[in-house]
Design a protein around this ligand. Structure first.
Ligand SMILES: C[S@@+](CC[C@H](N)C(=O)[O-])C[C@H]1O[C@@H](n2cnc3c(N)ncnc32)[C@H](O)[C@@H]1O
Length: 353
């Protein structure tokens, strides 16, 4: 039974959520509708601990529409009807009707699914961090991604990057990521990164990239206006499917210590996580951090993260506009870049640089 406090928190979450949906006019318009719909908020109290309610709810509705549910709500989704999509401002009553009719299906998705949005462009952030790490340590590194979803970022060395006016990565890559560089000074040479000795993901629910339903869930989590991100996701999933990386199923808190012990002693290891710690229930975040730190017991640890300021890490308060940060074996947190949450742009910490 949902408590009044849970409902109030969810209402508040949806009231402020429009600010996060920077590239989705539809979700911005629908957030206040959900905030005012008590029965949908009740449904969301059944989600798994830590899951970000608005991403999960909109993912669930989008999933049903992508699966072929015939309801007028689809007319508002550019992902389904293209540029002729109806005005977001008119979608409120239609969403409420959708939620009433598909309550059972929405409830099942909300209870069982996780926010697993795999944002391909975040590999640009990891690539930059690898360059920084390469300046500090010689030799190959063991890459671990915590919250790897389908494992797309584990192949950070196989993609082509167009960042600002620079091009990096193998010429025969089947996936090309483009991001804007906001700095005045040129980017460093992102081809100068350490080789990857091994790559391992960790996820509560590793995504089987060969399963059509699992792929649809990842697609549903891409906001309906972001067709370019959806196309990029498809290309990256195809690339990953040719050689799916090892992703260990389980909670990082349990998995990381054993994983760390299995890496060759003394060899450098890079742990990366993006938009993952934010979904770890607040009461478990210290255990999550501790589990990652334990990977450093067997060799020099470089820990890189891109997480919102709502989940401050290592005592470091991130730039509210978005940030990539890391620490090396000395444990000193170093902010590296300002980044857009979806890595459409990246830039130096100081705009003048
Ligand atoms: C929002 S997705 C981000 C995926 C990927 N890092 C990216 O940026 O594209 C968060 C992922 O973290 C996983 N996750 C959340 N909490 C976790 C935990 N405690 N241990 C392992 N994985 C976790 C979820 O299953 C999900 O796949």
């Amino acid at each position: 039974m949902a408590t009044a406090r849970e409902i109030d928190e969810l209402e508040q979450h949806f009231a402020v959520a429009p600010a996060t949906f920077t590239t989705s006019p539809l979700y911005r318009a629908l957030c206040p509708v959900v905030a005012g719909d008590r029965s949908t908020l009740e449904l969301l109290t059944g989600r798994r601990p830590g899951q970000q309610a608005s991403y999960l709810f909109f993912g669930a509705a989008h999933y049903l529409l992508l699966a072929g549910v015939r309801h007028p709500l689809r007319d508002f989704y550019p992902s389904l009807v293209g540029p002729s999509a109806a005005e977001p401002a008119d979608a409120g009553p239609v969403l409420r009707d959708f939620c009433r009719r598909y309550r059972t299906e929405l409830g099942e998705l909300v209870r069982t699914r996780l926010v697993q949005t795999n944002v391909v462009r975040r590999a640009v952030a990891l690539r930059y961090a690898l360059w920084v790490i390469g300046q500090r340590c010689a030799g190959p590194v063991h890459l671990v991604e915590v919250g790897s979803s389908a494992g797309i970022h584990l192949y950070v060395d196989r993609y082509r990057y167009l960042v600002g006016d620079r091009v990096f990565g193998p010429v025969d890559a089947t996936v090309t990521l483009d991001s804007r560089w906001l700095g005045r000074t040129p980017l460093p040479d992102l081809d100068d990164v350490p080789p990857i000795a091994s790559r391992t993901g960790v996820d509560l629910n590793p995504v089987d990239v060969t399963d059509a339903h699992a792929r649809r869930w990842l697609r549903a989590l891409v906001w309906p206006e972001n067709q370019d991100a959806a196309t990029l996701l498809d290309a990256a999933l195809d690339a990953v499917a040719t050689e799916p990386p090892a992703v260990v199923a389980g909670d990082a808190v349990q998995v990381c210590p054993a994983l760390g012990r299995g890496l060759p002693p003394g060899e450098p290891r890079v742990v990366f996580h993006a938009a993952t710690r934010m979904h770890v229930p607040a009461a478990r975040r210290a255990a999550f951090d501790h589990a990652i730190d334990s990977i450093g017991e067997g060799g020099p640890l470089y820990h890189v993260w891109q997480e919102p300021p709502s989940a401050p890490h290592g005592g470091h308060v991130a730039d509210p506009r978005g940030e990539l940060a890391m620490h090396g074996p000395d444990g000193v947190v170093v902010p590296l870049l300002r980044v857009d949450g979806h890595l459409r742009w990246l830039g130096p910490l100081t705009p003048a640089d």
